[in-house]
Design a protein around this ligand. Sequence first.
Ligand SMILES: Nc1ncnc2c1ncn2[C@@H]1O[C@H](COP(=O)(O)OP(=O)(O)OP(=O)(O)O)[C@@H](O)[C@H]1O
Length: 231
Amino acid sequence: MLEIENLTLKYGQSQILNGISMTAEAGQVTAVMGTNGVGKTSLLKAIAGRHPYEDGRIVLDGKELKHLTAFGAARAGIAYVPQGREVFPLMTVQENLESGFACLDRNERGVPDRIFELFPILKDFLHRRGGDLSGGQQQQLAIARALITRPRVLLLDEPTEGIQPNIIQQIGRVIAQLREEGEIAVVLVEQYFDFAFDLADDFYAVNRGSVVLHEPKATLAREVLLERVSI
Ligand SMILES: Nc1ncnc2c1ncn2[C@@H]1O[C@H](COP(=O)(O)OP(=O)(O)OP(=O)(O)O)[C@@H](O)[C@H]1O
């Protein structure tokens, strides 16, 4: 389980996160929602070691991860699929996948067959350059590369952004499958409301760097969440 306690983050003098607390459990999809600029990406970057947080704690499976670098966070089991995907455009699909090996021990460096079961298109396109894939295929590659690191936590920043509907459905199925397997805590930042609402088990609405609603799917009315994330 991932636990975030009172996380604060600044860019220069601008306070962006005002003490965010949340949890994300293995075998669940935890959605973080809110309008543009409320701090969702900053939260994921802090968890992934991509931007230093100011105060608070990040705890994974009972162990505090203290201000890790991006490499340290990946080694600790946190995989991050950034908004915009960050696929290497001149490297092949295979090379992009292998770039995920950097944080693994030498004996763990392989692409499991399961990756190609989840994303069959990547097997067909192994020797194609990342930059020649469609946006949806690049998103699948970015998620596959993250899964190769054998994460405990998968952070997804707007995985549906700019992607055609049939690939959005495929990505939704993969996330649902990860949930069913029960090994990984998926944290989903998403502005496509219905995608997130259908998929997630637990919801956090964020506004101006604070959690303004936390409720599990079981008791959450669609209209209530919609109102809180549209402020
Ligand atoms: N590197 C940076 N330097 C200064 N300010 C930044 C930086 N990155 C983000 N911000 C600002 O911090 C605030 C939160 O940005 P963030 O990207 O975390 O929001 P978000 O909720 O993910 O929004 P979006 O949905 O648009 O990605 C915004 O006001 C943004 O302009």
